[in-house]
Design a protein around this ligand. Structure first.
Ligand code: PLP
Length: 415
């Protein structure tokens, strides 16, 4: 397959979609715990990484490998490891390079679960310093000899701040620190962070990559370009001989196996077939979200937060980094929690559900759900207020979505 073909073609005809044992057009679902061998010598070689093969699903499985290879190809990495969830991918990637006494610099408007995880890591002695914006100046100022990673979301959920990857990567690299990007809300349709300078890319595949709302999962992709300093990144020192591959090799052969957060084979299959239509879905989702945002923006008493609106503070990145797209999430402020609830409750074509990236439009009141355990300051830094409604726009007909949301907003005003 030509390396320079575009996303949809690569998705369907890339190297990852070929070479299954019986010429299947999709990876067979190896829904097994273990793999049996004819003799002990063969299994010994597999355990010693002297021959290719699978032994036990927690340490490797062909259905997982097919999914990993597909996403790795789209992101332009040197290898990927898929995990039981997005949170498992984030925690595994961080613990792969951080130990007690180390520090992480993170953006402040992150997904609430990730912020909670950073608090949990404090109990393991890993301290996170939050930067209001992950720009060059703040990264350079906050990096200390203990910093092991800079972590940000490309399009933060739900605040919709955009990380300037080249700038953040340059600042991190100057001090010998890698940039880890959670690209869940962007997806490879919108941007491939490695091509802008990111070192490690993470997705919660539970969202847009799967798209059908039927499997929790996560993935870590290693860009393979970072020159690890094994004095600073002591957690990788045993893997020094692998040089730029040290992160991936430790992850694959050590930490991922031992933390035990593998993806279930059935989920890898569902995520694989979901990913086949990522390009089509994202095209439609972005078009719908843009149209809905513009329609809602015409209502005087609500404030819309969506990236393609010229008023958005990160609008400039739409063309420079996001391929002209604004993504599938939009938020709007309604004036009060009561009104937010009233609008949400009266929508006909949006499900009230705690997820994003589904085919179906989903809505939620983030302050009373996703941020219920966060302090007000953290919540507001994530762009969430008592009157915020978050919408994860789906692939329905945009005319129906617009009519439904405008009706709900207008009725909430008169009643
Ligand atoms: N990262 C982002 C940006 C998310 O929005 C989420 C979940 O909403 C996660 C990570 C966590 O993913 P998962 O629910 O698959 O663990």
């Amino acid at each position: 397959m030509e390396q320079d073909c575009r996303l949809n073609t690569k998705m369907l005809h890339g190297g990852s979609g070929q070479g299954y044992g019986n010429r299947e057009i999709l990876p067979p679902i190896s829904q097994v715990t273990a793999f049996a061998y004819d003799n002990m010598e063969e299994l010994e070689k597999v355990f010693a990484h002297k021959s290719m093969g699978y032994a036990y699903t927690r340490i490797g499985n062909p259905t997982l490998a097919a999914f990993e290879s597909k996403i790795n190809e789209l992101e332009g990495g040197i290898g990927a490891v898929c995990c039981s969830s997005g949170m498992s991918a984030i925690s595994t990637a961080l613990i792969n390079i951080c130990s007690s006494g180390d520090e992480i610099i993170a953006g402040s408007g992150l997904y609430g679960g990730t912020i909670d995880l950073f608090h949990d890591l404090e109990k393991l002695g890993i301290h996170t310093v939050f930067a209001r914006t992950l720009d060059r100046e703040s990264i350079s100022r906050l990096i200390t000899p203990k910093t092991r990673a800079v972590f940000g979301e490309l399009i933060s959920n739900p605040s919709l701040n955009v990380l300037d990857i080249s700038e953040a990567a340059a600042a991190a690299h100057e001090s010998g620190v890698p940039l880890i990007v959670d690209s869940t809300t962007a997806t490879p349709y919108i941007a491939a962070p490695i091509s802008f300078g990111a070192d490690i890319v993470i997705h919660s595949t539970s969202k847009y990559i799967n798209g059908g709302g039927n499997a929790i999962g996560g993935i870590i992709v290693d860009g393979g370009r970072f020159s690890w300093d094994f004095e600073r990144h002591m957690a990788l020192s045993e893997f020094k001989k692998y040089g730029k591959r040290a992160f991936l090799i430790r992850l694959r052969t050590d930490l991922w196996e031992n933390l035990g957060g593998c993806m279930a084979p059935m989920n890898a299959y569902l995520s694989f077939i979901g990913a086949d239509t990522l390009g089509l879905r994202m095209e439609r989702i972005c078009e719908n979200a843009d149209a809905l945002a513009r329609a809602l923006d015409g209502e005087d008493d609500i404030t819309v937060n969506y990236l393609t609106l010229e008023s958005h503070p990160c609008h400039r990145y739409v063309d420079t980094q996001l391929g002209g797209h604004g993504g599938g999430i939009l938020n709007f402020r309604t004036g009060s929690k009561e009104r937010a609830f009233k609008i949400i409750n009266s929508l006909k074509y949006a499900m009230i559900a705690s997820n994003i990236g589904d085919l179906r439009t989903l809505v939620i009141h983030p302050a009373s759900t996703l941020y219920i355990r966060s302090g007000r300051e953290e919540m507001e830094a994530a762009g969430v207020f008592d009157d915020t409604v978050r919408v994860s726009v789906g692939i329905e007909d945009k005319e129906d979505l617009i009519a439904d949301f405008l009706r709900a907003v207008r009725e909430s005003r008169v009643n």
